[in-house]
Design a protein around this ligand. Structure first.
Ligand SMILES: NC(=O)c1ccc[n+]([C@@H]2O[C@H](COP(=O)([O-])OP(=O)(O)OC[C@H]3O[C@@H](n4cnc5c(N)ncnc54)[C@H](OP(=O)(O)O)[C@@H]3O)[C@@H](O)[C@H]2O)c1
Length: 292
């Protein structure tokens, strides 16, 4: 299933894979992770989301990118795999701290190029605005990196509609990656999702199954479970399929550290929910703003 809008629409499947669970604690061994990524690739994985900070601390930066590079190196379909990464955070002592100065971003970009073993990053996303750095300075540096050929496309993450507009005034923005799942629809309610659709910017929903905090509650939801039971799939598949209905330029990047969850997520791409099921889920998750 491809998404009709924006520069990423023709390039990416609607369901990608968020690789974070392989590099933050508790994480599998590198051998286990390598085997898992290869299995995902064999199942057709073509869109991976990573970041330099998917690791344990500042001494481990690039862990997730190196895992992906290593699995791709020998893979016959490596040229078909779109790897999106991010810069703009650090992990001192395992915390998540903004580091969005132009110099920090330039160094992070160079480190990601080395970790991924490529000459150009397909999509480089500002992980989060840094309150200590003017937003235009951080984004401006990404556009300079693009002009220098280090990155092919500029993306943003954890931004507001106002910040998206500010970035678009500086140059072409390919994507916004914000949190979006059935229990956290703030990106749909605060105007970012609609702004992306209007501007032809891809919206990449992170933690689409609820992330660490809300995943158990999402997967226990009775409406998701009832629809899933009727259609022969799990509640996670229904949640992803429904999130994809919220906007025609929405992509989802569910995390997975098991083959079975990855397969459950890919199934969302091949499922079309009926109008009645979409309506039932809209009611359950209080989506009253959809125009049908
Ligand atoms: N930009 C940002 O600031 C930001 C923040 C957070 C995350 N992200 C990105 O978004 C990705 C996903 O977010 P996330 O890992 O926080 O949350 P998530 O995708 O909502 O949940 C991940 C967990 O849910 C399980 N799961 C995934 N798909 C499922 C399905 N179809 N059915 C049942 N269970 C399923 C997986 O379990 P198993 O591990 O057991 O397979 C996985 O570990 C990350 O990997 C990362 O790439 C970005």
């Amino acid at each position: 299933m491809l998404r009709p809008l924006g520069v990423l629409g023709p390039l990416l499947p609607a369901v990608g894979w968020g690789a974070m669970p392989l590099s933050v604690p508790p994480r599998p061994t590198e051998v286990e992770s390598g085997a898992l990524i290869e299995a995902f690739l064999d199942l057709g994985l073509r869109f991976v989301d990573t970041a330099d900070v998917y690791c344990t601390d500042d001494g481990d930066l690039g862990h997730n990118e190196r895992l992906i590079a290593s699995a791709l190196r020998e893979h016959p379909r490596r040229s078909e795999v779109f790897v999106a990464t991010k810069g703009g955070l650090r992990r001192p002592g395992g915390d998540w701290v903004e580091a969005g100065s132009p110099l920090a971003l330039r160094r992070a970009c160079e480190a990601s190029l080395r970790a991924l073993g490529v000459e150009q990053l397909a999509l480089y996303q500002l992980h989060a605005p840094d309150p200590a750095v003017p937003f235009a300075d951080s984004v401006g540096e990404l556009f300079r990196l693009r002009e220098a050929g280090k990155i092919a496309r500029v993306g943003l993450s954890n931004v507001s509609a106002v910040q998206l507009a500010e970035a678009c005034a500086l140059g072409p923005v390919a994507s916004v990656q914000n949190r979006l799942n059935p229990l956290d629809l703030s990106a749909a309610e605060d105007g970012v999702l609609a702004a992306c659709e209007r501007l032809g910017v891809a919206f990449i929903a992170y933690s689409p199954v609820g992330g660490r905090e809300e995943r158990a509650e999402v997967l226990a939801n009775p409406v998701l479970n009832a629809i899933g039971a009727r259609l022969g799939v799990g509640p996670g598949t229904i949640a992803l399929s429904w999130i994809l209905t919220l906007s025609s330029n929405c992509f989802v990047i569910p995390g997975a550290s098991r083959l079975s969850t990855y397969q459950a997520s890919v199934a969302a791409m091949h499922l079309t929910l009926s109008t009645a099921d979409v309506h039932a889920l809209d009611t359950e998750f209080r989506v009253f703003w959809r125009q049908v």
